[in-house]
Design a binder for this molecule. Structure first.
Ligand code: PLP
Length: 385
């Protein structure tokens, strides 16, 4: 049956690692690989700047730090995402504010985002879930706040107008973690056309050190630098990205066609714009995701119900755990009438999707037509049988 764990690592990456080791320079402060990766990433997206980081979470932290929320400011984001989306908000002492999602895509509902905007909203952090673009440009513009795009799952995904995700807002953030479209184990990239944001992000990734001759630190920063080894692997992977997307889209189209007439299932409609990190399916009642996922897993299909066991607004890290020491700061900053809404019942569409309607099938560039046909047969049997 289909194995979703395959990667595209090969001789190019081996040569890249050997090249770095032979050079004797493993740090990007003095090496050439990470700087070249940044240039290649910026060029591929048609933007002026890219800043590499040690993970996707770190890239998002650079972006959040660069838009400079004051302690207690709010950043609106999705309750269906990796925790790496919200951790940087908390780490900058800002308050994650969630909004509910569209019941067919799991992406933030623009109207719900607009309704969540308040006097302390400092940014909107859009998550292009599973590889489908969510368009929050108008909402962010109307609110006059920067849009940060979390493209960790959405390499080379496009908006309906053809624009690449990551290039529409103030900053676009990408992940190179092991199971993303391309990988260097762990790594991240943040892209922007804004020279001020780019400089802030570069400083934040390197201890606030401008590296301009003097040893001085001009702003708070951490060490989020990518190593030359990771950068060289990421460069080889970036070269393979168009092929990875073409292969994922070709097989996703095959599954979408095979399941098009199946009653009770909703599939993404934007096959050629979607990045197909996962293949999401939304079920109509009386079908339930746990039941269908169980049948698929028994048939050897790498499918799961719900994607997350708990939506982010129900994560104990937000509902009950201390954030710093024994304190829940910054979650205690907002006044009583604007305390963040966390816990069960807060976002019913999200909760229903994860508990009952959303099913995800692991997707991979190595799937063959036979794999897809097998998955299609198993889904049809699980849904109709
Ligand atoms: C949507 C999303 N945001 C953020 C992250 C965090 O990326 P990383 O695991 O590289 O830190 C991930 C991936 O894990 C993700 O899927």
């Amino acid at each position: 049956m289909a194995d979703a764990s395959g990667r595209t690592l090969g001789t190019e990456e081996l040569e890249a690692v050997a090249r770095v080791l032979r050079s004797g320079m493993l740090s990007s402060v003095w090496g050439t690989e990470v700087r070249a990766l940044e240039r290649e990433m910026a060029d591929r997206h048609g933007v002026s700047h890219a800043v590499a980081a040690s993970s996707g979470t770190a890239a998002l932290h650079l972006a959040v730090a660069a838009v400079a929320p004051d302690p207690g400011d709010e950043i609106i984001t999705s309750p269906i995402s990796d925790f790496g989306t919200v951790a940087p908000i908390l780490a900058q002492n800002a308050v994650p504010v969630f909004a509910d999602v569209d019941p067919l895509t799991g992406n933030l509902d623009p109207e719900a985002v607009a309704a969540a905007i308040g006097p302390r909203t400092r940014a909107i952090l859009a998550v292009h879930l599973f590889g489908a673009a969510v368009d929050l440009r108008e909402v962010a513009d109307a609110a006059g706040v920067p849009l940060i795009e979390d493209c960790a799952q959405a390499w080379l995904a496009r908006y309906p107008d053809g624009r690449l995700v990551g290039t529409a807002g103030a900053v676009g953030c990408f992940s190179l973690q092991q199971w993303k479209h391309i990988t260097c184990g762990d790594g991240g990239l943040a892209i922007t056309d804004d020279a001020v944001l780019a400089r802030r992000m570069r400083l934040f990734a390197d201890k606030g050190w401008p590296r301009d001759g003097a040893r001085r630190h001009v702003s708070l920063g951490l060490n989020y630098r990518m190593t030359e080894l990771a950068g060289a692997v990421a460069r080889a992977q970036l070269g393979k990205l168009p092929r990875v997307l073409a292969d994922r889209r070709r097989t996703a189209r095959r599954l979408a066609v095979a399941l098009a007439d199946l009653p009770g299932v909703h599939l993404p409609s934007d096959v050629d714009a979607h990045a197909w990190w996962l293949f999401p399916i939304v079920l109509d009642p009386p079908l339930t995701n746990h039941e269908v996922a169980g049948k698929l897993a028994a048939a050897g299909v790498p499918a799961r119900a719900g994607y997350l066991d708990l939506p982010l607004h129900c994560a104990p890290a937000l509902t009950e755990a201390p954030v710093y020491g024994s304190s829940r700061f910054p979650l205690t900053v907002p006044p009583a009438d604007r305390l963040p809404v966390y816990g069960p019942g807060a976002f019913p569409v999200t909760e229903r999707m994860l508990a009952r309607t959303l099913l995800v099938i692991d997707w991979n560039e190595r799937y063959t037509d036979d794999h897809v046909d097998e998955i299609a047969r198993a889904v049809r049997t699980a849904v109709t049988g």
